[in-house]
Ligand binder design. Structure first.
Ligand code: KG4
Ligand code: ZN
Length: 342
């Protein structure tokens, strides 16, 4: 079964053709980082305009790269939300048009639920895939959420951020140190040249055993630390200090993400964890999750970086299961900018 997945919920226009929810025939992502980088954050109006420009070439490119025409596609899967309404509407309207014109069934997915489905996008044996139920940590610029994935469709929310998403905290800390936007990858690279113990920040656990997250306090702690350096007007933060702050901040955020994901697995009697979302590209996060999984005998899945950040393949992967269950979306379907409190 060949599914065309279309994703446009935030600032990436993405499309992909996936066979049976696993085999990726093509995946194309048009990033808008250059557009929003100038403003230090996403400008929603510019995001939706860029999606309009990109959606046709991206979808055509995905079909072409997969070597298929619309005639051989079995269904269209599209992100319905959560995200920026003007952005979602572009992909959603385009998917509806294709579905109507080519007489293909349409299914609409929850972006957060689709992220963990990136863990199924490989060509190994069935036995090496994640098995339901598993705990999923979705950690990106817009979301930090723990889910209990109960089956190929359906989930329970176990915890989520009460303020900033982890990626948002990375981006804000990067910005205040003059590292540009988005700054998660820059902090990751700088942190590798230092040690998390040099500038220690307290770990925001909220309350003992809580599965919710809060990252706005640590961002303020970094800001206060920088103010405490008493730099003169026009003086920049010394390179070595930026490296130490990056390592300290990243170390604290990663510790909390790892601990809570493993607490969630233990509490729900689950032996498998999937981590996805742009922050799952982080090298320390990947290393700490792997170490802990080995210690605790947990099966861990962190997709390769191109499937951690937003992509159309994860949308096609979840859409495949939804279509098999007959979850067909009507053509008067609307965007859902918020969904389950996300
Ligand atoms: O999932 P994603 O591509 O888009 C959404 O936010 O939905 O995630 C982007 C986020 C940004 O906040 C970016 O700074 C962060 O992922 N990110 C990283 C790394 N690479 C991307 N954060 C930490 N370390 C990284 N290596
Ligand atoms: Zn995302």
């Amino acid at each position: 079964m060949l599914i065309l997945g279309i994703e446009s919920s935030c600032d990436d226009t993405a499309a992909s053709v996936v066979e049976d929810g696993r085999r990726v025939l093509s995946t194309i992502v048009a990033s808008q980082d250059d557009i929003h980088g100038r403003y230090g954050g996403i400008v929603p109006e510019l995001a939706s305009r860029s999606h309009i420009e990109a959606v046709i070439p991206v979808v055509e490119g995905a079909l072409e790269k997969a070597g298929v025409s619309l005639g051989s596609i079995d269904g269209v899967s599209v992100t319905q939300g959560p995200g920026l309404v003007g952005s979602i509407l572009v992909g959603l309207s385009f998917a509806k048009a294709i579905s109507f014109a080519a007489n293909l069934p349409l299914t609409a997915v929850n972006h957060i639920e689709s992220h963990p489905h990136a863990a199924f996008l490989y060509e190994g044996e069935e036995k090496d895939a994640p098995r339901f139920p598993f705990v999923a940590l979705v950690v990106s610029g817009g979301h930090t959420t723990l889910l209990l994935m109960e089956g190929p469709t359906g989930y329970r929310v176990l915890g989520q951020t009460l303020d900033d998403a982890a990626g948002e905290a990375f981006d804000k800390v990067a910005k205040l140190m003059g590292l540009g936007y988005p700054g998660g990858a820059a902090i990751d690279a700088l942190a590798r040249q230092s040690d998390p113990g040099k500038v220690a920040f307290s770990r925001p656990y909220i309350a003992k055993g809580s599965l919710d997250f809060s990252f706005s306090g640590i961002k303020t702690a970094v800001l206060n630390h920088v103010r405490g350096l008493s730099l003169k007007d026009g003086e920049v933060i010394p390179e070595a200090t930026i490296r130490d702050i990056s390592a300290g901040f990243q170390g604290a955020v990663v510790d909390v993400l790892v601990d809570k994901a493993f607490w969630a697995a233990k509490r729900h009697g689950v032996g498998e964890i999937v981590v996805a979302g742009g922050v799952a590209c982080n090298s320390r996060l990947r290393q700490r999750f792997e170490e802990r999984a080995r210690q605790e005998g947990v099966r861990l899945f962190i997709p390769p970086p191109r499937f951690c950040s937003d992509n159309g393949a994860m949308v096609a992967a979840l859409g495949y299961h939804q279509l098999k269950k007959g979850m067909i979306a009507p053509l008067d379907l609307n965007a859902r900018p918020t969904w389950d409190g996300f």
